[in-house]
Ligand binder design. Structure first.
Ligand code: 5GP
Length: 176
């Protein structure tokens, strides 16, 4: 049987400090605008819920459920929309809120998709970034913590649906 080990690489305190910094920037940039935060499920909901509670103005929230990973640790590059957003984004400013950007394929797809729906603007916000595995160039407008190319879990991120509830970010090591 394979044993799973966790090793903390980002503490909950550091994550919360980073979330606050990003929220302050967003508040500064959008305080007088109509803003919709679109969380990417499943992983993005933890970051989105912390982020929105640190914003100092009224916003709307929606979610899109995409699946690209399944239970595996490598991206297939195939993005499937399991559930679309519920509301129109026409003439509204959109920030897509993601847990982690790896190859960039998911975000590129989503940004292009939302741009076809006539929003005022579309920006990208992520709490974690793994730039070394990027397959497509992507501009991250609000970037949190840059990581090495390692598989991580916690703070919304899972391994076979486990570990999403950890408040910190951990490396997952598998041993036979
Ligand atoms: P991308 O399309 O940028 O390759 O992948 C983005 C999605 O892949 C993330 O939203 C996340 O669901 C998943 N992903 C990428 N890297 C990791 C990782 O290190 N751990 C986990 N649990 N998921 C990851």
């Amino acid at each position: 049987m394979t044993k799973e080990y966790l090793e903390e690489i980002v503490s909950s305190e550091e994550i919360q400090k980073t979330v606050k910094k990003i929220a302050d920037k967003i508040t500064n940039d959008y305080i007088n605008e109509k803003l919709v935060l679109i969380g990417v499920l499943k992983g993005g909901f933890v970051f989105l819920s912390d982020l929105m509670r640190n914003l100092k103005f009224d916003i709307n929230v929606d979610f899109i459920f995409v699946s690209s990973y399944g239970d595996k640790m490598n991206s297939t590059g195939v993005v499937k929309i399991v559930k679309d957003i519920d509301f129109t984004i026409e003439n509204k400013h959109v920030i897509i809120v993601e847990d982690i950007i790896d190859t960039g394929l998911t975000l590129r797809y989503l940004k292009e998709l939302f741009k076809t729906r006539n929003p005022a603007s579309v920006k990208i916000c992520t709490i974690f970034d793994k730039p070394s595995k990027r397959k497509v160039e992507i501009d991250i407008d609000y970037n949190g913590i840059v990581l090495e190319d390692e598989f991580v879990v916690g703070y919304g991120l899972d391994y076979a649906e486990k570990y999403r509830n950890l408040p910190n970010l951990c490396l997952l090591k598998l041993e036979k």
